[in-house]
Design a protein around this ligand. Structure first.
Ligand code: GDP
Length: 360
């Protein structure tokens, strides 16, 4: 019933969920991101996919295109997906370990040939700590003995079509991973055998190399967000914004790249954020997002906006950002008498982050 209620909420004001990709080194995180990002670029049509600041925006049209081979894929209710595209990035791993990330759902990548590895377990612990739901991409299935790729079909059909010994090897590897998850206290199932997403973690067999299962992975991310996170994804005006990176750009000075998860940023906003020498108070002098992919060769790669609504990756221009710190919240003061309170909030978050780093 609860799920029914969630689904009945108004869905015309949903924001894009922020998705991050985690897992052990070499499991294929970057390749999965590349596959999601570039699958349409070669047709000279980006399918509306836009590279954002620290993230890739995948609109409904691109999701439809990428998931068209998936059987039983229902209506898309969210405006798109915002996939954080810096899995190995330092400030993002800071963000992860501080447990303050605004990621709504994670894709945990596991190499089917290797099973769970040390950083897989580390990622699981971080996700649990901040209660972030996740889906497992059981990647590199093309490395199963004599795997026959068929990326234009639903991966369930492709698995059925394999020779017996390939299917046996697949099942053996899957069983092994299930046991490893159980050792971590987690119940995992193949996504097509899972009819209770609240109890079981779904594993989608994928190959970022052949493309098998990539549509199923995207479809399941969308479906899980819609059914399990509908309430969380209702757009809210309460600002939720995290600094991903502090970057000096020639001609622009020092800028901060942020993930805007909720609310909106406006030109002229008074912003408060953490700095090496204490909180920084400054004014937004520019809100930038990259131009669509096909226009990237033009001289100025950014478009300027007066206002940007979540969820988006945004580059902020402002004075005094040289000493800004990545990995913490950016706040907006609506009135001048709020500034001191927000400075305290920012300071408290930094203190909390330092404490949790020391505890590790
Ligand atoms: P990351 O460290 O998790 O980001 O892993 P990468 O995406 O850099 O991939 C590590 C290596 O595995 C690279 O050589 C990739 O080409 C390869 N790789 C990634 N995904 C697949 C896959 O699905 N199948 C195969 N055979 N190789 C893959």
């Amino acid at each position: 019933l609860r799920e029914q209620n969630e689904m009945n909420r108004s869905t015309d004001n949903l924001r894009s969920p922020v998705i991050c990709v985690m897992g052990h080194v070499d499991t294929g995180k970057t390749k999965i991101l590349d596959k999601i990002r570039h699958s349409h670029v070669q047709d000279g049509e980006a399918g509306g996919i836009t590279q954002q600041i620290g993230a890739t925006n995948i609109p409904v049209t691109a999701i439809q295109e990428q998931t068209k081979m998936v059987d039983d894929f229902k209506k898309i209710l969210i405006p798109g997906l915002l996939v954080i595209d810096t899995p190995g990035h330092e400030s993002f791993s800071n963000l992860r370990s501080r447990g303050s990330s605004n990621c709504d759902m994670a894709i945990l990548v596991v190499d089917i040939m290797h099973g769970l590895e040390p950083q897989t377990v580390e990622s699981i612990n971080m996700l649990r700590k901040r209660k972030t739901p996740f889906i497992v991409a059981l990647n590199k299935i093309d490395r199963l003995y004599e795997w026959k790729a068929s990326p234009d079909r639903d991966v369930v059909a492709t698995i059925k079509q394999q020779k017996k010994f390939t299917k046996d090897e697949f099942q053996e590897k899957v069983n092994h991973v299930i046991v490893q998850f159980a050792e971590q206290g987690l119940n995992a199932k193949l996504h097509y055998e899972n009819d209770d997403l609240d109890t079981w973690i779904s594993m989608v067999p994928t190959s970022a190399h052949s493309g098998d299962g990539m549509g199923n992975l995207i479809a399941l991310v969308v479906q899980s967000c819609q059914t399990r996170l509908a309430k969380r994804l209702s757009y809210s005006e309460n600002l939720q914004c995290t600094v991903l990176e502090v970057k000096a750009i020639q001609g622009l000075g020092t800028t901060v790249d942020v993930i805007l998860t909720n609310g909106r940023l406006k030109y002229g906003n008074t912003i408060v954020l953490a700095g090496v020498e204490g909180p920084i108070v400054t004014h937004v002098k520019g809100l930038l997002m990259p131009q669509p992919l096909k226009e990237l060769r033009v001289k100025n790669p950014y478009d300027k906006f007066n206002e940007i609504k979540a969820a988006q990756g945004v580059k902020i221009l402002a004075k005094d950002l040289d000493k800004a710190l990545a990995g913490t919240s950016l706040l907006v003061a609506k009135r001048d008498d709020e500034i001191e309170i927000l400075k305290d909030d920012v300071q408290a978050e930094v203190a909390q982050a330092l404490k949790s780093i020391k505890l590790q």
